[in-house]
Design a protein around this ligand. Structure first.
Ligand code: NAD
Ligand code: DAU
Length: 338
């Protein structure tokens, strides 16, 4: 692993991964390949912008010629694919964009992996591919039962990656992560959205009864787990990646308000997300056998995330005041109060 192509590296998790890898290793070269969608942001990569072992390459994973040009130019031996459309609510209004990037784009990257004979193709996947898990925990061999266009597209990407391993011998690994929180998360996702609304004394729009359960893990833990799989994971294998501890959305909202010293009256119940998955829960025994362990509890992860947003208004104010975000917010939330 010398020259790594990090697709989607200007997004939330990808940019944290790039920062971690450049800090941890001095013998790797990292190329971020990203089309800079609404969620891609070069501010996320400012801490590494002057690093001589980092290069940004603007491109779309759905464009085969662009992908192959970047692969050849930088003699890429490893692909880590974070690039995706990632927000479940947006997948309900634009499923086509999700199929295009998360399935077709994955296929284009796998073709490039095959053509250039990479040492490893790593696919970043999600616990959502298992569908809602009302009891027990998902293991890697469970049947996939995705229920939203987002999770169905991600499941399609996983299946394609495994098919390239079987059919063409591409060295594929997959991680299926739970909900990440931490620095640089676009504030359409619930935790940063609730934090910045609370800071501005605006309502926290809570879907349905707020009793849905998620495993909120710190993005630093997720990135360490991906690195662990890249170095010690077995080709052809899938690894779940989360804390294994779930919290309800209402508990998460209350904790954010408490940390910011804001009243619970800011919680505003609104109509539910259609098809809302009640619970995801991962069994993470397999990745623990590699030596990985989560370093943050839910409370620690939320606390440090709240602090990061409170300390970095320069980062999110630009987004919140921008036209794209304001129009999205209006479309998504207007008139949904219950
Ligand atoms: P994000 O939305 O913050 O970033 C996605 C990035 O991909 C952006 O930089 C965007 O510009 C880029 N991108 C989108 N379409 C592209 C295309 N066609 N070509 C090139 N670049 C493109 O996403 P995130 O939350 O950082 O998620 C990263 C990956 O992790 C995704 O694959 C997602 O499914 C997965 N995942 C996310 C979470 C989570 O909680 N956020 C949890 C588990 C798995
Ligand atoms: O589980 C991993 C997945 O986590 C990733 O694969 C996705 O890319 C990521 O977006 C995330 O999906 P979720 O749907 O779980 O995340 P989101 O932040 O959109 O919502 C988290 C929970 O909060 C969910 O139960 C819905 C609820 N919610 C969300 C929003 C945006 C609200 O109550 N109010 C909101 O305004």
């Amino acid at each position: 692993m010398k020259n790594i192509l990090v697709t989607g590296g200007a997004g939330f998790i990808g940019s944290n991964f790039v920062q971690l890898m450049l800090k941890k290793y001095d013998d790797i070269f990292v190329v971020v390949y990203d089309k800079l969608s609404y969620a891609g942001n070069l501010d996320n990569l400012l801490p590494v912008a002057d690093n001589p072992r980092y290069q940004f390459y603007k491109g779309d994973i759905c464009e085969s010629d662009e992908v192959n040009a970047a692969m050849g130019k930088y003699q890429i031996d490893t692909i880590v694919n974070f690039a995706a459309e990632t927000h479940v609510d947006r997948s309900l209004t634009d499923p086509g964009g999700f199929i295009q990037t998360d399935v077709y784009g994955t296929y284009i990257l796998l073709e490039a992996a095959k053509k250039h004979g990479v040492e490893r193709y790593h696919q970043i996947s999600t616990d959502e591919v298992y569908g809602a898990v009302l009891e027990g925990r998902s293991v890697e061999t469970d049947q996939l039962k995705p229920r939203s266009p987002y999770s169905a597209a991600k499941a399609g990407g996983d299946m394609m990656a495994l098919a390239y391993a079987t059919s063409f011998g591409v060295s594929v690994t997959i991680t299926r992560g739970s909900n990440n929180i931490g620095p640089y998360q676009y504030p359409e996702k619930v935790v940063p959205l609730f934090i910045i609304n609370a800071i501005d004394n605006q309502p926290l729009p809570l879907y349905g009864d707020g009793l849905q359960m998620r495993d909120y893990q710190h993005v630093f833990d997720h990135c360490e787990g991906i690195d662990m799989v890249l170095r010690h994971g077995q080709p052809g294998e899938i690894y779940n990646l989360g804390t294994g501890v779930e919290t309800t959305n209402i508990e998460m909202a209350r904790l954010i308000l408490k940390l910011l010293n804001k009243p619970e009256s800011l919680i505003q119940p609104i109509t539910d997300r259609p098809g809302h998955d009640r619970r995801y829960a991962l069994d993470c025994s397999k990745i623990k056998t590699l030596g990985w362990q989560s370093q943050h509890t839910f409370e620690q992860a939320i606390e440090s995330t709240v602090k990061w947003y409170a300390d970095n208004e320069w980062w999110w104010r630009k987004i919140k005041s921008g036209q794209h975000y304001r129009e999205y917010y209006q479309r998504q939330y207007a008139g949904r109060e219950r």
